[in-house]
Design a protein around this ligand. Structure first.
Ligand SMILES: Cc1cc2nc3c(=O)[nH]c(=O)nc-3n(C[C@H](O)[C@H](O)[C@H](O)COP(=O)(O)OP(=O)(O)OC[C@H]3O[C@@H](n4cnc5c(N)ncnc54)[C@H](O)[C@@H]3O)c2cc1C
Length: 466
């Protein structure tokens, strides 16, 4: 019998569940029928590529990896500009705004996240969540006389937007909370390095608790942002373009109205197979994936959000495994989702940032005492052309001395290190083991004594050999 799989959401999470199932449909004997329902007009868009399009590296259109027709040609009922209004978990069906009802054998909730932003009539005020936002921002950048940008938010998206604007010659102000940048990935000392680098490129930072109290305009276009409540703290910042890059929450309305459990992080609660939970039981034919779902942190064991494409694809693979396992009756195909180590990398205007595991602050909030070590070294021999510095901070559990977090700021090779240190955290490597581990060497590719050794040595309170 044909199994009907309905995916609500055509972002990276929904598309990856679809792609995984399409790729593996011949692994099982049963026939599958796929429906994808999404609001946008597009097919599969790489949201993560949008900041670089704004930097001018390529056209926004290039981020649409597959048009809807690509999926329609594979027999997928791929419906764009479609609104789902209700999930009927008891009847195994979803209802569309048109009133149409679609039955499913398996439902995947991949509804992403949304932003709480006050509506404004003014041109020039945008969020930066998808390709439509990117197009509006691109158009605004090309309006004659645009010279000032204000960004609310000190996370990766805000900083990448700031890098794009300053590269394109705008006077750019980033406004976020204190004490420093990227607080979910970097300790303040590491965040400050990013700030200093971006300041050199002309970006101005305001890091304090003031909120936006007004956005002023002229002839329908934004002209400035006023921050601060009290007269003494008020400041008016020139802004022809305003980007609101915070107040992002999981899009859980459909799930919540259907009675699905929502966790303390405000994301959908799942078990390790990614089944949603309703009351006391998990519903084994309904899954949640991506930005709408919460994860369990691998170090603190607390639920939290980790709204990244890399997290979504890992979860999507698990969902595909489990749907295939159920359809085929082969338990061997089943897989559980890993706890979340949160490996993160970002390029903000040439400053490369990496992190994995917990920050010192997140560890402290979870009652974990830490020791940490930091070192700055070149990534290849000093006499070699192109040698650039990398600062690495390693965070260890003070009791077991096991690695639980790593953060880095540099100009090259952070992604490989983030993945390597993620494996080290997972394997429970200690500071002593990291210090004594032999590492590869060739002056054109690596240093004789890598920065990792020095950071681990520093964490143990021993002076590294420089
Ligand atoms: C500018 C930017 C840069 C980023 N860079 C990176 C990066 O470098 N690395 C990284 O790992 N992550 C990055 N991210 C995060 C990453 O893009 C997100 O984690 C990822 O896109 C989440 O995918 P998703 O499918 O869960 O959600 P979304 O992409 O938000 O998709 C949600 C889908 O659900 C649909 N939907 C919701 N409700 C309904 C409804 N009622 N009816 C019909 N359809 C509905 C929407 O139409 C949409 O298709 C970036 C994000 C942004 C905005």
């Amino acid at each position: 019998m044909v199994k009907k799989i309905v995916i609500v959401g055509g972002g990276i999470a929904g598309i990856y569940v679809l792609r995984s199932l399409l790729a593996r449909k011949s692994d099982v004997e049963a026939e599958m029928d796929f429906t994808v329902l999404k609001r946008e007009k597009s097919g599969w868009v790489s949201t993560c590529g949008l900041p670089f399009a704004l930097r001018g590296w390529y056209e926004i259109e290039r981020t649409e990896i597959n048009k809807p027709q690509f999926f329609l040609d594979q027999g997928v009922d791929f419906r764009t500009e479609t609104e789902v209004t209700k999930l009927n978990l008891e009847q195994n069906s979803v209802t569309l705004k048109t009133g149409e009802t679609l039955k499913y054998d398996f439902l995947v909730i991949a509804t992403g996240r949304k932003q709480f932003v006050k509506e404004t009539e003014l041109e020039g005020v945008y969020t930066f969540n998808d390709e439509d936002d990117a197009r509006k921002i691109e158009a605004a950048l090309n309006v004659e006389g645009v010279k000032d940008a204000y960004i609310r938010g000190r996370g990766i998206i805000g900083l990448q937007a700031a890098a794009a604007f300053s590269t394109r010659g705008l006077e750019t102000t980033v406004h976020g909370g204190s004490p420093s940048l990227l607080p979910s990935s970097l300790d303040p000392d590491m965040g400050d390095m990013v700030k200093e680098r971006m300041e050199k490129d002309g970006v101005r930072f305001i890091l304090d608790s003031r909120e936006i109290t007004a956005i002023k305009g002229h002839e329908g276009r934004a002209k400035s942002v006023v921050i601060g409540e009290r007269e003494v703290e008020k400041e008016e910042i020139p802004a022809d373009i305003v980007i609101i890059g915070k107040w992002m929450i999981p899009e859980i309305d459909l799930a919540w109205e259907a009675g699905v459990d929502i966790g303390e992080s405000r994301g959908i609660v799942t078990d390790r197979a990614m089944h949603v939970k309703k009351g006391k039981r998990h519903i084994t034919n309904v899954y949640a994936v991506g930005d709408c779902a919460e994860v369990v942190d691998a170090i603190t064991h607390r639920p939290r959000l980790n709204q990244l494409a890399s997290t979504a694809v890992t979860q999507a693979t698990v969902i595909a495994d489990n749907i295939l396992s159920d359809i085929s009756g082969q338990p061997g195909l089943y897989s559980p989702c890993e706890y979340c180590f949160g490996p993160t990398v970002a390029d903000v205007g040439g400053v490369l940032i990496g992190s994995v595991g917990v920050t010192s602050e997140a560890a402290s909030r979870a009652g974990i005492k830490t020791i940490s070590g930091k070192a700055t070294k070149l990534t290849k021999a000093r006499y070699f052309p192109g040698a650039t510095p990398l600062t690495l901070k390693l965070i260890f559990d003070a009791y077991s001395k096991k690695l639980i977090g790593a953060q880095m700021v540099g100009e090259v090779t952070v992604a490989e290190r983030v993945n390597e240190l993620g494996v080290a955290i997972r394997a429970g490597i200690t500071a002593e083991e990291m210090r004594s581990m032999e590492r590869c060497y060739d002056p054109s590719l690596a240093l004789l004594v890598d920065v990792t050794i020095d950071a681990a040595t520093d964490a143990l309170g021993i002076t590294p050999v420089y």
